[in-house]
Design a protein around this ligand. Structure first.
Ligand SMILES: Cc1cc2nc3c(=O)[nH]c(=O)nc-3n(C[C@H](O)[C@H](O)[C@H](O)COP(=O)(O)O)c2cc1C
Length: 216
């Protein structure tokens, strides 16, 4: 009897779940759809909320970063996620002193405006350094960068790659900053990323489909 009651309960539970799936008209997305949608909806974000990125999301993103493929599995990178407000200010101040009297393209052109931040005031800045002994490390760090951009987007966070800051951090007079970040000898900054909760929804930028040809 007990067994029969249990089977009736299980069957009715299964049926109610099935009904819910049928009645709830939300399209069920395949894993492929989710991955492709993530790639197509990522944007460079240049306006962030002040809310800091929590350890859970940060750990996930950094794990995705190091799961990037690399030539001969050398993993020729050092990654630093900076959330320390004093260090973040120091980095921005170094950019501002470097920028003095210069002209820039893109968002850096606004460096004279009050409150300007070369990393768009994101609460977290990721610095990716590469092993200088191999040129392929540029490629490896590029793939790692994309893993950061996409995994951050998947966790509901915004990012922006930051090339303008690269030559500034690699200047000999700013070697103390790399030391503060514990970047070892033989490494230099390859790219940086601003990371935080997005406070804007930028439209998709023009993409040049004519630069792709299929040769049959
Ligand atoms: C290697 C690299 C360096 C970049 N450097 C900067 C930068 O210094 N500052 C900035 O605001 N955006 C920077 N960007 C973001 C690009 O401007 C942005 O990706 C591009 O305009 C396309 O927009 P989307 O990412 O929204 O598709 C960089 C992107 C890449 C890939």
């Amino acid at each position: 009897m007990k067994k029969m009651l249990l089977s009736i309960f299980c069957i009715s539970l299964l049926l109610s779940c099935r009904n819910e799936t049928i009645e709830n008209n939300a399209p069920v997305k395949s894993e492929t759809d989710i991955v492709i949608n993530n790639i197509l909806t990522r944007r460079a974000i240049r306006k962030y909320k002040t809310q800091q990125v929590g350890r859970g999301k940060l750990d996930t993103i950094l794990k995705c970063a190091i799961y990037a493929p690399s030539a001969l599995n050398k993993q020729p990178w050092e990654i630093r996620a900076i959330q320390n407000p004093e260090l973040l200010k120091k980095i921005n101040d170094r950019f501002l002193s470097f920028a003095e009297g210069k002209t820039f393209q893109g968002s850096a052109a606004h460096y004279k405006e009050p409150g300007f931040s070369i990393f768009h005031n994101s609460p977290t800045l990721i610095v990716i350094a590469r092993d200088k002994s191999s040129n392929i490390s540029y490629m490896d760090c590029g793939i790692l960068l994309e893993n950061i951009l996409l995994s951050a987007h998947a966790t509901g966070l915004g990012t922006c790659p930051l090339g303008t800051l690269v030559p500034v951090l690699n200047r000999p007079e700013n070697a103390d900053l790399l030391e503060l970040m514990n970047i070892p000898e033989g490494y230099e900054v390859a790219i940086n990323v601003s990371l935080g909760y997005s406070d804007e929804t930028p439209p998709v930028k023009k993409k040049y489909a004519d630069r792709v040809k299929i040769i049959e």
